[in-house]
Design a protein around this ligand. Structure first.
Ligand code: NAI
Ligand code: MG
Length: 363
């Protein structure tokens, strides 16, 4: 364990700062009560950085992140900045460059149905009664979103556009290794998703995943085509543990898994690079529709802290304790508006307080 573990905190826009305030409660407990050697420094990012410093990702923020061991990110974006050219808007000009700069090739998105929140899932009770706990492992820096050539051409009366899916063996190799390693701390199952009956890039994907699996004889590997995978996930999500996906398929699959688990306000994520540097953030965005109302669910941000502790610091037991505190408040009936099935719910800061209390008192 490092002598100091520095976290760059980037609250951003919309509900970002509101839910980050609750994450701070957890961070302060980790520092003051669990005696983790944490140091936090906060930086501007996104729309607020455009307003204050003229850029969505100011130099000072990037430097602060470079000097940190991990980034805890809120969310960026909002109507106010939607009139800017697309590549200057907060999401494009802040989050994407950060992912690229730190080569965050692995996007981890857990999607879990808490038994206390079964009523949130759009799936029928026949399916939800078995629950599910899926970890989507999405390749984030390769594939069709980045492949060359891409473009759009207009010639005479005809217009066409094209994108290219490119995967290098080393890109598949590293994400596959990570998926198998993660499965070892879960249910030892990896399902790799591809379209190898049609796409060359998918065929290479499948072959390399097979090869990597030889080093993990304790982990069971299966393969599904993307179209079948989307069906199997809604029919029986409980059969899955780790889903290993390319950038494009992972984008789709992780949103599908998020949708069947209920509220986006519950879902954290991690984006990691090869040196285990990570950016941790809620799966959702800046939620301008509820900004300033003190009703945002801080759980996704708090569970992002848990992922930071788990994957960045490798303190599994402490991460488990944070997760347990969240489950404990759900079990005791505490809800924010987005996950409540009646008019009785906690404000953002109250939810932060009950989770902090559960963590400090080992509930
Ligand atoms: P969104 O995730 O912000 O909101 C979708 C719906 O989920 C809204 O009804 C919102 O109220 C709700 N929601 C999200 N987080 C919640 C929470 N913690 N508690 C309770 N309800 C929550 O997605 P949307 O509306 O498409 O985007 C809004 C803005 O956020 C846009 O400017 C978009 O570009 C940006 N965005 C930023 C992301 C990031 O910073 N990583 C990711 C996705 C969107
Ligand atoms: Mg998406």
């Amino acid at each position: 364990m490092k002598q100091k573990y520095r976290i760059a905190i980037l609250p951003g826009d919309g509900i970002g700062p509101e839910v980050m305030r609750e994450a701070y409660k957890i961070l302060n407990i980790l520092k003051n009560d669990f005696l983790l050697p944490l140091e936090f420094q906060e930086f501007n990012i996104g729309g607020i950085a455009i307003d204050n410093e003229g850029l969505a990702l100011p130099k000072k923020t990037l430097l602060g992140c470079e000097n940190a061991d991990a980034i805890l990110f809120g969310s960026v974006g909002g109507k106010k900045w939607d009139t800017l050219p697309i590549d200057q808007r907060p999401e494009r000009a802040a989050l994407l460059p950060l992912r690229k700069h730190f080569n965050l090739f692995a996007n981890l998105r857990p999607a879990k149905l808490y038994s206390e929140l079964e009523y949130l899932s759009p799936l029928c009770s026949k399916i939800t009664k078995n629950g599910f706990d899926i970890l989507c492992v999405r390749e984030l820096t390769g594939g069709v979103y980045f492949g060359h050539p891409h473009g759009r051409v207009k010639k005479d009366d005809i217009e066409y556009a094209f994108d290219t899916e490119v995967y290098y063996d080393y890109e598949i190799n590293r994400i596959a290794h990570l998926a198998f390693q993660l499965a070892r701390n879960r249910k030892n199952k990896v399902c790799s998703i591809d379209k190898s009956n049609v796409l060359n890039s998918s065929l290479l994907w499948k072959e390399i995943v097979e090869k990597v699996s030889n080093s993990y004889s304790d982990v069971r590997l299966s393969h599904l085509y993307i179209d079948n995978a989307t069906m199997q996930i809604i029919k029986n999500p409980n059969q899955f543990d780790v889903l290993l996906c390319s950038n494009l398929f992972g984008d789709i699959i992780s949103d599908e898994c998020a949708a069947i688990s209920g509220s986006i306000g519950m879902l954290p994520s991690a984006s990691l690079n090869e040196n285990n540097f990570g950016l941790y953030e809620p799966a959702g965005g800046s939620a301008p529709d509820i900004e300033g109302k003190n009703i945002a669910n801080p759980i996704a941000q708090i569970l992002s802290v848990s992922m930071l502790v788990r994957y960045g610091m490798h303190l599994t037991k402490i991460a488990d304790q944070i997760d347990k505190s969240v489950i404990s408040v759900l079990k005791r009936g505490y809800r924010t508006a987005d996950i409540s099935n009646n008019n009785n719910y906690l404000k953002t800061h109250e939810m932060g307080d009950v989770i902090a209390d559960a963590l400090i008192n080992g509930k």
